[in-house]
Design a protein around this ligand. Structure first.
Ligand code: FES
Ligand code: FES
Length: 892
């Protein structure tokens, strides 16, 4: 131990520190300064813990307090407060650099340290200084903008007041800062692990190291004797169904007799500290009897394969799609291309691991179990937990969430935490390690697609075949929904009169799969848009002209037979054309024998929500004539708080700060559905519009006039006996599933569209690909907040490039952000967004959501650019240097 004196945010502290006490733990656990986050198991990989020590940016998880005698430490809390922010904090808020905000405190501190020593850094200097800080949401572009803007502020070239949109000006179509942005910039937005629960037990999971095995016995006796251990839970301690049922009741909170993938939960250890729980988890002895491992869908559907679930076949969902007569059309086609396309198992990779807290409010059987976590669908998840644990009186509270990208469509740590809080009758926190969080969460479905695409001699598409196997992994989650969404969007942006598709979802012993940004359409779009370029090449037609020739038009039908009313893709093709022509010219003049430039296109048309979707949002007039919006409208970083606030302020002509939100608590909201399928602007925004229209109608009917001196609208309505709370509902106009035999049926009433351009440079010696630039032309209807919109599109492109070139989750091997190949400032590339606004007939004031759009066409655009550069076609993702080099050596 050593006595150390150090200053933190100007306050002196004396600490008697052991040699292993990290600065991060001291800040968070002792001083309760939770602005500094941790994401990477303190391996120094994420930068979320960055603070300034003696003027330098330091990853506080790597710094030992015992070595900081006399140090001056500044955390994000010491920089500024929401009432009095620092200029760097202003810059991040005003640049749209804050989405989920989990990376933000670390980014801000790294930026501050840079600007203190270099007030006018170049982009390369910014990238270098922030190279150790990860962000999953932004694609880094807005963060670089924020550092540049902060430099201008600090150099006195402009001020936040000059940059900030006029709060009294228009409320929509303007980039007003997000309501939560400054809280995140100042490190005071509370994420789950930041919530202080004195005396809470800490949990750690015991997880299977085997992909498929029977559990013969579990011996908890040694673990129970370890220091600090309060108890060890197994399946027999779960009082409810012990299932977390999204659609199918197949996923246990704790496994009973069998494990089905590496990471399946077998037991939960509760201890006084997290370190004690983790140590004891390692002492739980599980006797397994190994079973054959089915690690591909082909093995799982082979004759005689063992069933992953005794009560369901491995081919657990099947959906054909038949439109027209594909066989005849192929026979009459002038050209066809055929290939097998494969996409990888991938992690959605939100920066925040899967924390959860649970405690009982009240006593005895009447107590209410409160679960706090990062749900994006609190009402659905509440119901799942009630059934799984057998405890009815429960509420779910959504904390601030460090990104999600589909991973929180299902619940994870909440199950164990709820069971433990009920069993021990004590508050619990479950803050999993990154490796455990990676094991417990869903992944993106791998697809194995056998594809054939045909066209006539003029280049018009005639027929399309895509028979695919989708790997559901060990559990089903929403695999039927995900793969049906793939079928709904199978024909992409095009008119294809004859289609023969077949979707088979297969249980395997891989990690379970579920929603992941785009969820299904990115996989099938990779196949279709790759085949489009292959066909254009065969026909000798320019890829852009070939796409224009085959675009769907209003009045024509998609793959499912659904006739579309709106289809503004032609305008996007024209918007991308000058960029495409510029890129083509540059590709010819840049590069050399080793570094070759290429240009590729991809289009995408993404359905919003689903057929038969519904959302509910209530609006209540407040005594000061502001309003409070009640709705379970999760915001894991997309900007849904802005969307609700700006629509309400615009429609009711209110200042933005008089719109209040109650969105995070099941006791105070009605269900608005998940923050998924890019649906919340369309659905929850639509429900809000409906509620406000009712408010306005009620005011007119009651003869309420705008507030005069001495009275308020609220008082006038109360005196007139008019209610002040109105419930808005938004339902999509079409309902019903696809026909189980033909896959024909109702589909989305609106979509978002994109045409995307990739410019790459391929090293012919190493096979390495550098993305030079991505440009996207997008039409999402009327824009509510331009910076939020662009931020979603940039983040999707960055994620799409990671999916294209690097990212893959390998069970048992992917254990941290380095082995996952998380995108960094170093892999960031130039991005340009072109916006077109075609008001949507059914949109919320003409708007639709956009969160998943650019994830969809990025991978094929990059693969098409690689072929354009070096003549090799990569058909299995990711396109690693090894694959490209092998293809180059073998001649493509
Ligand atoms: S927690 Fe320090 S770098 Fe990740
Ligand atoms: S805003 Fe950077 S990780 Fe979410």
């Amino acid at each position: 131990m050593k006595k150390v004196e150090l200053n933190v945010n100007g306050i002196p502290h004396q600490v008697i520190a052991g040699s292993d006490l990290t600065l991060l733990d001291f800040l968070r656990d002792t001083l309760h300064l939770t602005g500094a986050k941790q994401s990477c198991d303190k391996k120094g990989q994420c930068g979320a813990c960055t603070v300034i020590v003696d003027g330098k940016a330091v990853r506080s998880c790597l710094a030992r307090v015992a070595k900081l005698d006399g140090a001056e430490v500044v955390t994000v809390e010491g920089l500024g407060t929401p009432a009095n922010p620092h200029l760097v904090q202003h810059a991040f808020v005003l640049s749209g650099a804050i989405q989920c905000g989990f990376c933000t405190p670390g980014m801000i501190m790294a930026a501050k340290a840079l600007l203190d020593r270099n007030p006018d850094p170049t982009v390369e200097e910014i990238k270098h200084a922030l190279r150790r800080n990860l962000c999953r949401c932004t694609g880094y572009a807005k963060i670089i903008d924020a550092v540049k803007l902060a430099g201008r502020f600090l150099r006195g070239e402009t001020t936040p007041d000059e940059i900030r949109p006029d709060p009294d000006g228009p409320k929509t179509g303007v980039s007003h800062p997000r309501p939560s942005a400054m809280l995140k910039a100042c490190g005071v937005a509370q994420f789950t692990a930041d919530i202080v629960i004195p005396g809470a037990l800490e949990l750690a999971g015991v997880r299977s190291p085997h992909a498929h095995a029977l559990i013969r016995s579990i011996d908890t006796s040694a673990a129970e004797q370890m220091p600090g251990v309060v108890g060890v839970l197994t399946a027999k301690d779960v009082k409810g169904t012990n299932r977390l049922k999204y659609i199918v009741a197949d996923r246990p909170i704790l496994c009973e007799d069998k494990v089905r993938y590496i990471g399946d939960p077998v037991a939960a250890v509760a201890a006084l500290t997290r370190d004690q729980a983790i140590a004891a988890a390692g002492a739980v002895k599980v006797d397994y009897e190994l079973l054959p491992v089915l690690d591909t869908p082909e093995k799982a559907i082979a004759e005689g394969a063992v069933q992953v679930h005794a009560d369901r076949p491995n081919a657990c969902f099947v959906q054909p799609l038949l439109k027209g007569d594909a066989d005849r059309a192929f026979a009459e086609s002038a050209v066809v291309v055929e290939a097998r396309f494969v996409t990888q198992l991938n992690h959605q990779a939100p920066l925040e691991p899967e924390p959860c807290a649970a405690y009982l409010e009240g006593d005895g059987d009447d107590a209410q179990l409160v679960v706090i976590g990062r749900s994006i669908n609190i009402h659905k998840h509440l119901q799942m937990l009630q059934e799984g644990t057998g405890w009815e009186n429960m509420r779910y509270e959504e904390a601030y969430s460090g990104g999600q990208f589909g991973i929180k469509l299902d619940i994870t740590s909440e199950g164990m935490a709820a069971v433990a809080a009920l069993h021990f009758r004590r508050p619990v926190r479950y803050i999993p390690s990154l490796v455990e969080a990676m094991q417990m969460t869903s992944k993106r479905h791998p697809f194995y697609m056998d594809v054939k695409l045909g066209a006539d001699a003029q280049g018009r598409l005639t027929a399309y075949r895509n028979h695919f196997l989708a790997d559901s992994g060990a559990y089903f989650s929403n695999s039927d929904v995900t793969t049906q969404r793939a079928l709904h969007m199978l024909s992409g942006s095009y008119h294809i009169p004859n289609i023969d598709a077949h979707d088979t979802v297969v249980y395997t012993n891989n990690p379970w799969t579920s929603a992941a940004r785009g969820a299904g359409p990115p996989q099938v779009n990779f196949a279709l848009e790759s085949a489009m370029d292959m066909l254009a090449r065969k026909l000798g037609i320019d890829p852009l002209e070939f796409r224009v020739l085959n675009l769907l038009s209003p009045g024509q039908s998609k793959a499912t037979g659904h006739v579309v009313e709106e289809w503004p893709v032609l305008g996007l093709c024209e918007a991308i054309r000058p960029h495409y022509e510029r890129a083509r010219r540059e590709a010819e003049t840049h590069g050399n024998e080793v570094l070759r430039r290429g240009v590729g296109l991809g289009t995408g048309s993404f359905g919003i929500g689903s057929a038969g979707d519904q959302a509910t949002v209530a609006v209540e007039l407040d005594p000061d004539d502001g309003v409070t919006i009640y709705g379970a409208v999760a915001d894991p970083g997309e900007g849904n708080d802005s969307m609700l606030t700006q629509i309400a302020a615009d429609m009711l002509e209110l200042p933005l700060d008089r719109v209040r939100l109650v969105t995070r608590d099941t006791d105070h909201t009605a269900a608005s559905g998940p923050a998924a399928a890019s649906r919340l602007t369309y659905m929850a925004g639509g429900a809000l519009v409906n509620a406000i229209e009712q408010v306005k109608s009620a005011m007119v009917e009651a003869g309420v006039t705008p507030a005069q001196a001495g009275t308020t609208t609220y008082e006038q309505m109360r005196q007139a006996g008019v209610k002040t709370r109105f419930v808005g509902v938004r339902k999509t106009g079409y309902a019903g599933p696809l026909d189980p035999k033909t896959g024909q049926g109702p589909s989305f009433e609106s979509q978002v569209h994109a045409v995307q351009l990739a410019e790459v440079e391929v090293n012919t010696e190493t096979g390495a690909v550098r993305v030079v630039k991505m440009t996207t032309a997008v039409d999402a209807g009327v824009v509510i907040n331009p910076l939020n919109l662009v931020g979603q599109l940039e983040g999707g492109m960055d994620m799409g490039v990671g999916y294209s070139l690097r990212e893959q989750y390998v069970p048992g091997q992917t254990k941290d952000w380095a082995s996952f190949k998380f995108p960094t400032m170093g892999t960031a590339f130039d991005m340009e967004v072109v916006i077109r606004e075609t008001p949507r007939k059914y949109g919320a004031r003409g708007s639709v959501g956009v969160g998943e759009m650019t994830m969809v066409p990025t991978a094929p655009a990059v693969m098409n650019a690689i072929e354009d550069a070096v003549g090799v076609r990569i058909t299995d993702l990711p396109a690693t240097p090894e694959k490209i080099k092998t293809a180059l050596v073998s001649g493509g």
